[in-house]
Design a protein around this ligand. Sequence first.
Ligand SMILES: [Zn+2]
Length: 141
Amino acid sequence: MTASCLFCRIASGELPAHRLYEDDHILAFLDLHPIRAGHALVIPRAHHVWFEDLPEDLATRIMTCAQRLARRMKAIYEVERVAMFFTGIHVPHAHAHVVPMQHVHDVTSQAYLSAGSDGYALPPQLPAAEMEEIARQLRRG
Ligand SMILES: [Zn+2]
């Protein structure tokens, strides 16, 4: 735990939250600034900044909790899909967002908005050689 970390303080109980689930390893609670009603965050109790640095078992616990929440959200909000993502933008303590999607652009990228907020535009494809080079870099160790 770090004393200045907002999510460590929530995990320890120092700060309140609308808790949805908790065990010895993880905690789920409502986002204070929801994209949609039900927007939840799932965090490890231990302080890790980036999701890619989470131990595999902890990452699995977060994903399993998000899956449970997603099934519940689908039943409650009658949505076709629930988004789950990590951005690492606001609080430097890894947190998965779980959002019931009422609209196709609820959690979208600007890259998909060139047809407007009610459309859904595919970004242009990259040349094959560039794609192969990108794939080659990402396959490396
Ligand atoms: Zn923290």
